[in-house]
Each structure stands twice: as structure tokens, then as C-alpha cells.
Design a protein. Structure first.
Length: 386
């Protein structure tokens, strides 16, 4: 089999770049391996078509090459050519134009005349790469008319890359799906007004959600000093440090009960509830700094983040009835809620009777429980919260 003249270092750099891109869930690193392939194969364009166009939807591709903006991040470009000579080709097989048609057919094809020619493309090397449970991605390498056609050595080189592309793309999609799911769960926790803080075994804060930021910014019980989570009350701070240390010490890959405590607030408000739980780790790597834990914080006096629009749809309430229900859910009395909404008490009572009739509850405490235990909070848009 013909072999391409490429050094081991260059090949190693390309394979490393592929797997580095697979681990970047922001998808901003795929231009690096594509540029390396462009250089090795002396191509004017290298393209990874992620999605072919449908009825009213443009496709999507990642491309590097002539006339495209050079930058450190990948460019996601529209791809609008569904009818090409390279559609429905055998999967995981490297082909060139000569495998589809003779040169005269290619020169006279509408695809070449209307798309390839204006982009200075003549020679095309193509491979549709299969990915488990996803479908396939279309990989294209092109050269100009002034260059030589792709050789058997070029095709053999790309054949070597196909398994690596498949593994890299599959890994990327799995990591992206996992990251997206984790983000979804994180937003769901936030919408339930639960603050989360990720720490390492030394108590250093690694990450936090918007509700945790709100609590820490208030400096009413907890704050960050020197990058570490700290309780303002000295006694609470000693207990917090002890719990963090105990949580990590008891982990060691075993399933343990979360540690919990309450944090006194200088403002005199009800104490913050805190639960600490280690994030499970395989523990394959030696050394410190591998383990992480999540601290869940609940502010008992914080306002409900129940979505008004979702509540209206769930319970069939009018906007005025929904607004009153949410004020009651936030702990106000009927009189206080009426004052907050700038309505008469009799109007508030009339709204409450209608709310009881529509929801099937008979007491205000039941109404509060109904709202707090409903899925309405999960429809809250936390991007504009707090």
C-alpha cells in the first residue's frame, strides 16, 4: 500500500490534536486538527460537515482553508448543498471524484460549476465517518485545479485517520451530552432556590451557581476569604472546617451519608441550612486535589422563584390570581400581599376564593404547599434571576 511521506512527529501531533478536540466540550478546538490535515495533504480546504440541510434549515459545517477567517477558535459555517455527487456513499470509505464519475461528467456537473468552481475547488477527497447511535459525519478535503489529484497514498493516510476520527467524535459527543445533562440538572437545582458550591478538599471554592453567589455577596452567614468558604461565626466556621475535613476523610470511594449543619446569620434571619456531599471519584490519579465536594445551601427566608407563566398554565389562574398566590407562597399574609400588589383587601379575598375553587384547596397553608411542591419553579428563567 502506498504511504504518505509524513514524519512520526507530525502524525503524533495530529492524533494528539484530534483527541484534545474531543475533550473540549465547547467544540472550539476542532480547527486545530483540520488545519494540520490541510497542511499535510496540501489542501485548500478541509471540511467536517456536521449536518446536511433540511427543508427550511441550513446545514452546519466546520471548515478551514483559503478565504476563511484565521483565528484561535473554530468556525461553524452554514452548509446548504444537500444534492451533491457524494451523497449516500459507503460509510468509512475514502473516495475521490474518480470513484463516482469520469472527468468530463465532473467538469460538467452542476455541483462543480455552481459551488466548487467559485471556491476554487476541483479535486475532492471524501469520507463519510460513522458514529455509533448518532449517524455519520461528512469529511471533505479539496485541492485546486492547478494541483495534482489526490493519490493512493493520500487516500491511505485518510483511511488511517477514520478510526481516530470516529473515536474522537464519539468521545466528544458523549462528553458534550454529559456536560449538557449536568448543566440541566444544575439549572434545575438553582430553580428550586438551592445554592450549590463546589469545593476541593481544602475548602477552596471551585464553582458556584447564581443563588450561591447571591448568598455569598450578602455576607450574611457565609463568605469567601482567601478563596475558601468561610462561616462568619467563629464557632460555625470551626464546625464547617471539621465537616469538610470529615466529609473527604470518610469518602475513599465509599457511599457515605452527607454531612449537615446550620449557619448562624448576623442579620438575625433564620439560619442557613448546609449539606456537604463528596462527588464520587474513581481515585485513579495519585496526589492531592483530586476529590471534590458539593455544598448545598438553602435559604429558608429566600423568595420563591416559581414561574408566573408556568403557574398560570398549571393551575388555570388569571395573572392577578397568580400574582397573589406567589406573594402568599413567599410568606406574606393576605393583607400584606394585598398591600404589596396595591389592591384592596376585598379584591384579594375574592381572588383567594377563586384560587381555592380552581386549585381544589381550602386553606392558605395548603395553597402554599401546592405551589412549593409543584413543578412551577422548574420553568423559572434563572438567566435573569437575582
Amino acid at each position: 500500500m502506498a504511504q504518505l511521506d509524513i514524519s512520526l512527529d507530525a502524525y503524533n501531533e495530529l492524533i494528539n490534536a484530534l483527541y484534545e478536540a474531543s475533550a473540549d466540550t465547547s467544540s472550539s478546538s476542532w480547527n486545530i486538527p483540520l488545519k494540520l490535515i490541510q497542511s499535510i495533504l496540501q489542501a485548500n480546504y478541509v471540511t467536517l460537515i456536521l449536518k446536511v440541510p433540511e427543508e427550511d434549515d441550513l446545514g452546519l459545517m466546520i471548515a478551514v482553508g483559503e478565504g476563511l477567517e484565521e483565528g484561535d477558535t473554530v468556525q461553524h459555517l452554514p452548509y446548504q448543498y444537500k444534492l451533491t455527487p457524494f451523497a449516500d456513499q459507503p460509510l468509512d470509505t475514502v473516495l475521490t471524484v474518480a470513484d463516482f464519475m469520469d472527468e468530463n461528467e465532473w467538469k460538467n456537473s452542476s455541483y462543480r460549476e455552481h459551488w466548487c468552481e467559485k471556491n476554487n475547488i476541483y479535486h475532492v477527497l471524501t469520507a463519510d465517518i460513522s458514529t455509533p447511535n448518532v449517524g455519520h459525519l461528512r469529511f471533505r478535503v479539496t485541492r485546486t485545479d492547478a494541483q495534482e489529484d489526490f493519490s493512493q497514498a493520500d487516500k491511505a493516510f485518510v483511511e488511517l485517520l477514520i478510526p481516530h476520527f470516529r473515536r474522537a467524535i464519539t468521545t466528544f459527543l458523549q462528553l458534550y451530552s454529559s456536560a449538557s445533562l449536568g448543566s440541566l440538572y444544575s439549572r434545575a437545582i438553582g430553580r428550586l432556590s438551592i445554592a450549590t458550591i463546589t469545593i476541593d478538599e481544602h475548602g477552596k471554592v471551585l464553582d458556584k451557581n447564581v443563588f450561591a453567589s447571591h448568598i455569598l455577596d450578602a455576607e450574611d452567614g457565609l463568605k469567601i476569604i482567601g478563596g475558601k468558604l468561610t462561616a462568619q461565626d467563629n464557632s460555625d466556621n470551626r464546625e464547617l472546617k471539621r465537616l469538610i475535613k470529615a466529609t473527604f476523610a470518610n469518602a475513599d470511594g465509599k457511599q457515605t451519608m452527607p454531612e449537615a449543619m446550620s449557619i448562624t446569620r448576623p442579620s438575625g434571619e433564620i439560619a442557613l441550612g448546609v449539606v456537604i456531599e463528596v462527588i464520587p471519584s474513581l481515585g485513579w490519579a495519585e496526589g492531592k486535589g483530586q476529590n471534590k465536594a458539593v455544598i448545598y445551601i438553602r435559604d429558608a427566608v429566600g423568595k420563591s422563584t416559581t414561574s408566573i407563566e408556568i403557574s398560570k398554565k398549571l393551575f388555570g389562574l388569571t395573572p392577578a390570581e397568580t400574582a397573589l398566590s406567589l406573594q402568599l407562597t413567599n410568606g406574606l399574609s393576605l393583607e400584606e400581599a394585598a398591600e404589596e400588589l396595591n389592591i384592596r383587601r376585598n379584591t384579594a379575598r375574592a381572588h383567594l376564593r377563586s384560587i381555592f375553587s380552581k386549585t381544589g384547596v381550602r386553606r392558605q397553608t395548603e395553597l402554599v404547599r401546592l405551589f412549593l411542591n409543584s413543578v412551577a419553579a422548574l420553568g423559572y428563567d434563572d438567566r435573569n434571576s437575582l
